[in-house]
Design a protein around this ligand. Structure first.
Ligand code: MV4
Length: 662
């Protein structure tokens, strides 16, 4: 076995790989960017080397530097994780050329799956079922149109170079074909530099079911059951599970054997995933193959009891597969939820910030948390905003869901918005519990998933107030800092005769609070609604009785910002101070970034006349493109960024002077 490996990645997957390597007695070399000096993966490794500035192109994508570091440090192998260089054929080749094992498939296998049409041709040869359609090289529009009519409607145009849903168009009838083709070709040309399309019959309610395969260098292959990843949002997986609900043993076997045949057809080695569309009638079709260890591999580990990173390391070192097909058993049910720094109430736009407060559920045989961050870390614009993966296991799906719901309720993050509450609602929803899975799940059940818990703002604020009062009571005055919230009692005397005023802001609404001290507690009045509250605070845990209702909540107070956590719900409020100045955000016709992302195209230049609705800038965020359009007719007065620049949520991108002012 290797004695030292380099991990060419960051975040949770780097930590995950290091953990297994250490268990096997392998030393680990980490690499890191300037933004990751204090990252968890660096701390876990035995040694670590700086790559360069934060942007991936100057750090985790620097194949040359990473190879140099591997050679210099004496690493015998490189684990690429997922993303970054994991499916880069040149990097895989360069590793082998330098006598360093690439812990992944041969470059030729990666390349075989790079083009969808070439992949389909290989799969056809290997008798892997394909969605009926056209995947030929001849892209003559008239021929494509004829093929479309042959295929029937609805059909799907897919970019040959595509992935993640980009360059895809549904065509419902022939009248829509030409325009859809042109649009899909344009998007694909822009995104991948290749406009070629394939045509497939469109399945309207498919599930995404994928098979985990492993092949060794001796030419053997096995499958480790399947994962159902149907619950996605804009081609981002949200919750994954194994096994796939309702999949029969026979289908599992047929799909598994097909997946192994697919892998063998490209002389695969190592961990791979063959994705299928699984149709309502039980048929399945090859979609694509991922030539890496995937984010959601832990659910497979939980139901098979195997460590897939250990398998990867053994196979890369030339050992045969650890188990034969008949020795691979599945037990129970596992679910994974991806916890993201994003705002579900604002179209899931990624958010950035500092993880000021971070509490994770206790890990045990049922609960696993894979994460690369600790409290105090930043979630920056530079990398994927995934904070953690929460993985649960139990004997059956219902119990696993219950574990997930409870674990999400005890996962508390303060300092930024997250999707935790959304995940909890999803996991606990009736259609999810009822296994009504297909790739349209989230869209279909949108209203259900976004039902905002009717929070009684007044009682929440009464609890927030008692949290502040108990914090003050415990805190020593902070000498020399008149602004410290812990010094409030020096300015506001509390006793039965004094009504102390306080003001909270929730969203844009202000709420007036008065507090009167009483024996064993307070009377707290919020917007003229009065509550009798008594409370005990220990660390961040408030046990309170409010109008006779005893409850248990957690809180986090950062400066004037208060977050209350209660049964998976987060409530946010801010102590209002009258010195606060409201800034005018509206003026000027400036167009701002709707989220953190990168500029992919600038379509206007200063001085140019533009009309309302013209696309001025295209940004990419969360692997999707977003057009920034002129809000009115006018003249472009300034463009603040260039192609390739990273921009933060709210950054001004373009200024347009309205026509009447120009
Ligand atoms: C499809 C399809 C329906 N019919 N192909 C989306 C991304 C790409 N990898 C393939 N995708 C799809 N291909 C045919 N012929 C529906 C999807 C699809 C999808 C697939 C898996 C998971 C989520 C999805 C969400 C929307 C569409």
């Amino acid at each position: 076995m290797f004695s030292k490996i380099l991990i060419a990645n960051r975040g949770e997957i780097a930590c995950r790989v290091i953990q297994t390597a250490h268990r096997l007695g392998i030393r680990c070399v980490a690499v890191y960017s300037e933004a990751d000096r204090n990252a968890r993966h660096v701390a876990m490794a035995d040694e670590a080397f700086l790559l360069g500035p934060a942007p991936s192109s100057e750090s985790y994508l620097r194949a040359d530097k990473i190879l140099d570091i591997a050679l210099k440090s004496g690493a015998q192998a490189i684990h690429p994780g997922y993303g970054f260089l994991s499916e880069n054929t040149e990097f895989a080749n360069a590793c082998e050329a330098n006598n360093i094992a690439f812990i992944g498939p041969p470059a030729s296998a990666i390349a075989s799956m790079g083009s969808k049409s070439a992949a389909k041709e290989i799969m056809l040869e290997a008798d892997v079922p394909l969605v009926p359609g056209y995947h030929g090289a001849d892209q003559d529009p008239a021929l494509l149109k004829a093929e479309a009519e042959k295929c029937g409607f609805p059909l799907l145009l897919k970019a040959i170079a595509g992935g993640g849903g980009k360059g895809m168009r549904v065509v419902n009838h022939i009248g829509e074909f030409e325009e859809a083709l042109a649009a899909a070709q344009r998007e694909s040309q822009n995104a991948f530099g290749n406009p070629d399309m394939l045509i497939e019959r469109y399945l309207t309610q498919p599930r995404h079911v994928e098979i985990q395969v492993f092949c060794d260098k001796q030419g053997n292959g096995v499958y480790l059951a399947e994962r159902d990843c149907s619950v996605q949002r804009r081609h981002q997986k949200v919750i994954e599970e194994a096994p796939a609900p309702g999949l029969s043993t026979e289908t599992r076997k047929a799909m598994g054997e097909t997946a192994v045949a697919a892998a063998k057809a490209i002389n695969y080695v190592g961990a791979g995933t063959v994705e299928f569309l699984y149709d309502v009638d039980g048929s399945f079709y090859f979609m694509e193959m991922n030539t890496r260890l995937q984010v959601e591999h832990p659910v497979t580990e939980m139901i098979t009891g195997q460590d897939l990173v250990e398998w990867q390391l053994r196979i890369a070192d030339g050992e045969p597969l650890p188990l034969q097909q008949d020795d691979i058993q599945i037990r129970g049910h596992a679910l994974e939820a991806r916890i993201y720094a994003e705002d579900p109430d604002n179209d899931f736009l990624p958010v950035t910030g500092t993880l000021q407060y971070l509490r994770t559920p206790d890990e045990n045989a049922h609960i696993r948390v894979d994460t690369g961050v600790i409290e105090g870390d930043d979630v920056s614009v530079y990398y994927d905003p995934m904070i953690a993966k929460l993985i649960v296991w139990d004997e059956d799906r219902e119990q696993a869901i219950n574990r997930m719901v409870h674990a999400l309720e005890s996962y508390r993050i303060g300092g930024m918005k997250t999707n935790i509450r959304f995940l909890r609602q999803l996991a606990d929803s009736k259609p999810f519990r009822d296994e009504e899975l297909d790739t349209g799940f989230i869209e279909k059940h949108n209203d259900l998933l976004f039902q905002t818990a009717k929070t009684d703002i007044q009682s929440q604020l009464a609890l927030a107030t008692s949290y502040v009062l108990e914090t003050e009571r415990q805190a020593q005055p902070v000498k020399g800092d008149p602004d410290s919230p812990f010094n409030l009692q020096t300015s506001w005397r509390l006793n039965a005769n004094y009504s102390r005023p306080m003001e909270w802001v929730v969203g844009d609404e202000h709420h007036q609070v008065s507090i009167i001290e009483q024996p064993n507690g307070y009377e707290i009045t919020v917007d003229n609604v009065s509550f009798k509250v008594s409370a005990i605070l220990r660390d961040d845990h408030l046990r309170a009785v409010i109008n006779g209702h005893r409850l248990s909540i957690h809180g986090h107070l950062a400066g004037d910002d208060m977050t209350l956590f209660r049964e998976g719900n987060q409530f946010q409020c801010t102590l209002f101070r009258h010195t606060f100045e409201e800034s005018d955000q509206s003026g000027g016709g400036s167009l701002t970034a709707p989220m953190n992302g990168a500029i992919v195209a600038v379509l206007a230049e200063p001085g140019q006349n533009v009309s309302e609705g013209d696309t001025l800038v295209i940004m990419e965020a969360m692997k999707m493109e977003h057009s920034i359009r002129a809000p009115h007719d006018g003249v472009v007065s300034e463009i603040f960024f260039a192609v390739g620049d990273l921009v933060s949520d709210g950054a001004a991108l373009v200024a347009v002077t309205p026509s009447e002012e120009a």
